[in-house]
Design a protein around this ligand. Structure first.
Ligand SMILES: Cc1ncc(COP(=O)(O)O)c(C=O)c1O
Length: 341
């Protein structure tokens, strides 16, 4: 299969239309078979549930080429089950988890010429999503839905080298207790836009959100979970019912314990103890881990000993091991790598 003529290593993170996408519709209480289509547009009623009451959920994952030339995706079964959780919380019909994985596979196969080569650092980003499509004017769940998966090639996250981030402890809240912070709903991202634009205007890379009820505990950023490393090399991640259960974070905690033999802890993390950690990183599909160099908490600067030039040593080991597993250089735990072709 001939690859598209794309300058893979200079790609950014933007939408590039690819050849095919998968579409399935839900009507009269059932999903249809679904099919691939060339049509990249969505035509829905002006009164569609998604447009009026934001009934939409999504996932984000990547297909890439391993060292031995296979096209694979990383743990798509976890994206499928997280999307099912998101659907249940927004009163949407669940797209069956096995069909979700099949749809992802079909979309990647149909766009295989857009999967960047091994070593480029680029990948084919996959966006499964679902929305209420029929007219809804009273506030209630839609009766009809559309599930889609599209693909778009994206460039390496760390172009020109790793640069530790500077974060601001936000005065805005991302998620309410007993709200929707633990699911991947479009509404969580709409309400974070003002906070991130404000943080960028003030010169910060990201927001650190605290728990909304006490503003004492670390939650997450707008698009990644936190990992901390203690001075005695224990890996700590915040436990909260209002953060998104990151697939990357769960994988890194496993890698820390089972591959690197480190002690791991998922527990409440207080903002007051953050100054005592040796390393801090953000984990998510986009970067695997982005190191954090500095956090500013209302004038108080927390500077991690790992500094503003490179990842800390444990963060680097975690990054190298998980990317090694993903790229086929290190043997993966059973079921983590779905080989497409
Ligand atoms: C709010 C939020 N937290 C965490 C993550 C990281 O999750 P994952 O590792 O599954 O990409 C994401 C990105 O999907 C996110 O949007």
């Amino acid at each position: 299969m001939e690859k598209k003529n794309i300058d893979w290593s200079n790609l950014g993170f933007g939408y590039i239309q690819t050849d095919m996408r998968f579409v399935s519709n839900y009507k009269d209480g059932a999903w249809d078979e679904g099919a691939l289509t060339e049509d990249a547009t969505v035509v829905i009623s002006e009164c569609a549930g998604v447009l009026q009451y934001a009934q939409t959920i999504f996932e984000g994952m990547k297909a890439y080429t391993t060292e031995d030339g296979h096209i694979v995706v990383f743990r798509p079964d976890l994206n499928a089950s997280r999307m099912a959780d998101s659907a249940r919380r927004l009163e949407m019909p669940v797209y069956p988890e096995d069909k979700f994985v099949e749809a992802v596979v079909k979309t990647v196969e149909a766009n295989a010429s857009y999967v960047p080569p091994y070593g480029s650092g680029a990948s084919l980003y996959l966006r499964p999503y679902m929305f209420g499509s029929n007219p809804v004017i009273g506030v209630k769940p839609a009766d009809e839905y559309q599930f889609r998966v599209f693909a778009t090639p994206v460039g390496p996250y760390f172009k020109g080298g790793v640069k530790p981030l500077t974060l601001k402890v936000s005065d805005f809240d991302r998620a309410a207790p007993c709200g929707t912070g633990h699911i991947k709903a479009g509404l969580n991202y709409a309400m974070s836009l003002h906070a991130i634009v404000t943080a960028h205007e003030e010169g910060y890379d990201e927001n650190m959100y605290l728990d909304a009820s006490t503003r004492t505990k670390v939650e997450e950023t707008g698009g990644a979970n936190f990992l901390f490393v203690t001075k005695d090399n224990k890996v700590v991640t915040p436990k909260s019912d209002s953060i998104l259960p990151s697939i990357t974070r769960r994988s890194l905690m496993y890698v820390a314990k089972e591959y690197l033999g480190l002690e791991v802890e998922e527990r409440e993390v207080y903002i007051d103890e953050v100054k005592d950690f040796a390393e801090c990183g953000l984990c998510g599909t986009a970067a695997v881990i982005s190191p954090v160099g500095k956090i500013v908490n209302h004038g108080e600067e927390i500077c991690f000993p790992s500094g503003m030039e490179k990842m800390g040593p444990i963060t680097q080991k975690l990054y190298d091991t998980l990317t090694g597993i993903q790229m086929g250089r290190i043997e993966a735990p059973e079921g983590w790598i779905k080989v497409i072709c």
